[in-house]
Design a protein around this ligand. Structure first.
Ligand code: HEM
Length: 435
């Protein structure tokens, strides 16, 4: 066992795991949502219980909220920041933490990731990449997304088996191909990138077991090394892709450092497919379980855009994010002390009856579906939202038009991740083919 890694696991996950295991036994809602697979599979009743207790509830690790107004207030407030909570480590533990950190490796929720920095540093990174992901720039990619979806569906149609895993064959490949094209990832490297992404996905979670943590750590290191090689290749042979532009882009005359480049490129690439796969997987499963809703979309295809918002609301691909109070403050009248952490349960906020009538009902015609918080809110609002919306709309519509008899087959399996929610495997029967 690598000693540095073991100490890191103990400090970052092992201790929290012990506390959470005990708290889950005592019925603490936050601990149950993190530690209990059955609760995670059906979290919505517990979200309702948390909401009934008030805008914020004190969980074992942090404040928790499933109240829409409270979550939105926290996410938009200058009284809160992203990044890890301050842990006032004592002398020996602080030295152990420093020693175990070793050489810096990219991590999606540690600086200099966009997700973990604020203020001018965040604004600078965001300015550099946001032009490419503006709603207008992304709308111009609709044709490319349609083309990619069509090609993947052709491959599905050519399958020798009538039953396939939709996640493996379509829901993952569509966003992976689109973001890889945008970022100039060569075709030959894409299977490898997929493996890094899957291995690193639990890095967003707390309370990982030793083996989960080891796998995540190995995947992040391999991903980091690959990014270094990829960026070097683009420096030597620049293309027209976003990363080639980012390598030489300046803001106030300054380029991104190697660390900043790897963090930004890694986040764009991983966030580009690890989240959207869940939108397409959950959307497929929900529509196949609600044929009346699917029939409405077939009759009036212009409703597809709203249907995607409703899928995002009903099954938030990112279940939760968190913020730390930078000063003593209050949220919807509840006092929060400086340094305290608030877990904003986006999935719970999306089912707040104060905002959404009959929130547990899946309704593609819901007029205010777009008020969901699945893309967060405030300064860190998802940079890829416009792209994800197009991928969801084009991807789901093309799938159901090409395979009108598509049906669920036995063997569906949820992803084990806590923050990301979606299907690991979604076997479907393809049925008759159109076109
Ligand atoms: C259905 C698909 C997606 C969902 C549900 C989603 C969700 C989110 C959420 C909740 C956040 C903010 C987290 C926070 O506030 O702490 C976020 C941020 C981000 N997302 Fe997405 N995302 C999706 C697709 C994408 C895509 C396709 C890309 C890449 C092109 C992307 C790139 C990013 C980036 C770079 C950030 C960081 C923004 C910042 O911190 O300023 N996302 N996403």
């Amino acid at each position: 066992m690598n000693a540095r890694r073991a100490v890191r696991w103990t400090l970052q996950h092992g201790l929290a795991r012990r506390v959470l295991t005990r708290a889950a036994r005592q019925g603490d809602p936050q601990a149950l949502l993190i530690m209990d697979a059955d609760t995670r599979a059906h979290p919505y009743a517990l979200h309702d219980t948390v909401r009934a207790a008030g805008p914020l509830l004190r969980g074992r690790l942090s404040w928790v909220s499933t109240n829409h107004a409270a979550c939105k207030e926290v996410l938009r407030s200058d009284d809160f920041r992203t990044g890890p909570p301050e842990t006032p480590l004592s002398g020996l533990v602080a030295r152990l933490a420093e020693w175990s950190a070793g050489q810096h490796v990219l991590h999606p929720v540690e600086p200099p990731s966009l997700l973990a920095v604020d203020g001018e540093q965040h604004a600078r990174y965001r300015r550099l990449v946001s032009r490419v992901f503006s709603a207008r720039a992304v709308e111009a990619l609709r044709g490319d997304v349609t083309h990619t979806a069509g090609r993947l569906l052709d491959e599905l149609a050519a399958s020798t088996t009538s039953e396939v895993d939709l996640v493996e064959r379509y829901a993952t490949l569509l966003p992976l191909t689109v973001i890889s094209d945008i970022l100039g990832v060569p075709e030959a490297d894409r299977p490898q990138v997929l493996t890094f992404g899957a291995g690193a996905a639990p890095s967003l979670d707390v309370g990982l077991s030793w083996s989960e943590f080891s796998h995540v750590d190995t995947s992040l290191r391999a991903f980091d090394a690959w990014l270094g090689t990829h960026l070097q290749r683009l420096r030597e042979n620049p293309g027209t892709d976003l990363l080639s532009q980012l390598v030489v882009a300046t803001d106030d005359g300054r380029r991104l450092s190697e660390d900043e480049l790897r963090a930004t490129a890694g986040l764009l690439l991983a966030a580009g497919f690890e989240t959207t796969v869940n939108l397409i997987g959950s959307g497929t499963e929900l529509l196949l379980r609600h044929p009346d809703q699917l029939a409405r979309l077939r009759a009036e295809p212009e409703r597809w855009g709203n249907a995607v918002e409703e899928v995002l609301r009903h099954e938030s691909p990112v279940q939760v994010t968190a913020r730390v109070a930078v000063r003593d403050t209050s949220v919807q009248g509840v006092a929060v002390r400086k340094g305290h952490l608030v877990a904003t349960m986006l999935a719970g906020a999306n089912r707040d009856p104060a905002v959404f009538t009959d929130p547990h009902v899946f309704d593609v015609d819901r007029a205010n579906a777009r008020e969901h918080l699945s893309f967060s809110a405030g300064r860190h609002f998802c940079l890829g939202a416009a792209l994800a919306r197009i991928e969801g709309e084009v991807g789901l519509r093309a799938l159901f038009e090409r395979f009108p008899d598509l049906a669920l087959a036995p063997g569906a399996q949820r992803r084990p991740t806590r923050v990301l929610r979606g299907w690991e495997r979604l076997p479907v029967r393809l049925g008759t083919l159109v076109g």
